[in-house]
Design a protein around this ligand. Sequence first.
Ligand code: ADP
Ligand code: MG
Length: 260
Amino acid sequence: MTGATTAPAHSDITAQRGEPLVVLDGVNKHFGDLHVLKDIDLSVNRGEVVVVLGPSGSGKSTLCRTINRLETIESGTITIDGKALPEEGAALAKLRADVGMVFQSFNLFAHKTILDNVTLGPIKVRKQSKADAEAKAMELLERVGVAHQAKKFPAQLSGGQQQRVAIARSLAMEPKVMLFDEPTSALDPEMINEVLDVMAQLAADGMTMICVTHEMGFARRAADRVIFMADGAILEQAAPEQFFSNPTTDRARDFLGKIL
Ligand code: ADP
Ligand code: MG
């Protein structure tokens, strides 16, 4: 079994919006006896915004982590832009650069300035000059509304600002797809919208995004498709308006009943 069977025949950066960019085919993952991902088939198109919903423990984080190979899988294939996930080494580093990930905890380097946090990857991995990396970083910090904080250290910023820096840091690597795993769950309520607004703008700008979030307002306004997971399987996928008004499984109805 190779990734080539499910991958688009010719994929390069000039490919059209709408062609498959992230493709999971028959992906299985266990933690010991626990079957956390059960035959996951998922194809996310270039420019598509997918919101992943589901109860705690359903495998949402594991799904994200397998896509940038923070977790290995036991069977199935994952391709990004037509290329199978590499096992290790330089190819894996390159893949990680192509797949941006933003977690609940911002994971900024505490002892580096905001600007240095954003330029580190581009200089080390993308081999950009310091001047180029800084110019690009300032543009991105402007875009997420924290350019005036560039010389500060993470602890001097609010949680919402730090998370926006984390998004800018991922974008600085020029990823092909952005994964968000509950990016607003650790934030005080008044800071949630400033992060969701940045994500919605990114979506509107055409970024391919896979977002695990409990923010249903974001799902309604930004998602092209909602995926509902339970017990390691994808039970439903639909356009947000359809999913929210007419879920087809008891598990999804039950889930929506608890959170809406
Ligand atoms: P979700 O993000 O939907 O809450 P996770 O992907 O974090 O779900 O977890 C899915 C299941 O896998 C849970 O039962 C969780 O306890 C288990 N799990 C997650 N990570 C590990 C791990 N590193 N070792 C063992 N079990 C894990
Ligand atoms: Mg999770």
